[in-house]
Design a protein around this ligand. Structure first.
Ligand SMILES: [Zn+2]
Length: 321
């Protein structure tokens, strides 16, 4: 089945990675309509896709890859959490596939995300304005790596805004609150949630037999974790429970296929950010002056560092008041 990757026509949005027999990661190509990673799992009689990218075009390529690799249409799609780069491609897979998420994720998708999409659609000027503003920053940026990352960010936003008029935001049809299992003819997969952390509710897909976990954005590899909607302590608790499962291979939400080492790095990052911000608040200094610690300087998503500091700052100062 590995050779099927070679005969796939390819996609500009992702690269396929053979993780195990019948398990493939679709690793995002920066600056395209994917933004996040996805995965394809052959269950024998059925096929499962985990997360659906940001744009319809990227999701169509994912669907084509899944059918090519497994020889079957996609029967199940899991959304690990509500973020757009994991859910906006859902429409491509329905009505043939069931879309599955936690009940909290579905609730947020049906209210907050739908409203936000309607706002984007009725007022796209705001996004174009943000793109123009970032474009100006790019022109002035002297750090080549940061410049490249900002260019990717803008390219993704352009793909998103171009697609928006055709988007039919598609909600999950099956929800679960703790755990759900699908027994395929060749393989059993578990959908597990230990609550939130990265968002209000985060799920992951676990294949016990192969000890492979498709983690959504609870684990990122060599990328700054995204903390805009995070609860740092819940995130750490969540990852501690994942560790107990004996996971060996991880398909992260962003970055290359990895292992528990990267899970530990994410834990270290969250702990560090909280410690740095706490110290800054206690010494009454400004978080604007904090530089990216050396260990994280070669990680992607650099622009998220500042927003992460701000999110944690807001959490800490809110809890003090
Ligand atoms: Zn996310």
């Amino acid at each position: 089945m590995k050779n099927r990757i070679k005969t796939f026509t390819g996609s500009k949005h992702f690269r396929l990675n053979h993780v195990a027999e019948g398990v493939f990661a679709a690793i995002s190509v920066p600056g395209t309509g994917s933004l996040g990673n996805a995965a394809i799992i052959d269950l024998g009689d059925t096929t499962l896709v985990v997360d659906t990218f940001t744009t319809i075009q990227a999701a169509e390529d994912l669907q084509a890859a899944a059918e090519h690799l497994t020889g079957k249409p996609v029967s199940y799609v899991v959304n690990t959490h509500w973020h757009s780069d994991h859910t906006c491609g859902n429409q491509v897979f329905t009505p043939a596939a069931h879309i599955i998420s936690t009940s909290i994720t579905r609730e947020i998708m049906s209210t907050f995300v739908k409203n936000r999409l309607a706002q984007h659609l009725s007022n796209p000027e705001l996004i174009y304005q943000a793109i123009d503003e970032l474009e100006e920053k790019i022109q002035q940026e002297t750090d080549e790596n940061l410049k490249k990352e900002m260019e990717w960010e803008n390219a993704c936003d352009r793909e998103y805004i171009k697609m928006l008029p055709n988007l039919v935001y598609t909600l999950p049809t099956i929800t679960f609150d703790h755990q759900m299992t699908i027994h395929g003819s060749n393989r059993t997969v578990q959908f597990i949630t230990f609550g939130g952390g990265h968002t209000q509710s985060d799920a992951f897909v676990y294949i016990p037999e192969d000890k492979i976990a498709v983690m959504g954005d609870l684990v990122l590899s060599k990328h700054h974790p995204v903390m805009n909607y995070a609860n740092p302590q819940e995130w750490l608790n969540n990852l501690e429970q994942v560790e107990l499962l004996g996971v060996k291979t991880i398909v992260p939400g962003h970055g290359e296929v990895c292992s528990l080492k990267e899970l530990h790095e994410v834990k270290g990052y969250i702990t560090d950010i909280v410690a740095i911000v706490t110290k800054t608040v206690q010494s009454k200094k400004s978080i604007d002056d904090i530089l990216v610690p050396k260990v994280y300087q070669d990680w992607y998503f650099t622009t998220h560092f500042k927003t992460n500091l701000k999110s944690v700052y807001n959490l800490i100062t809110k809890s003090e008041n």
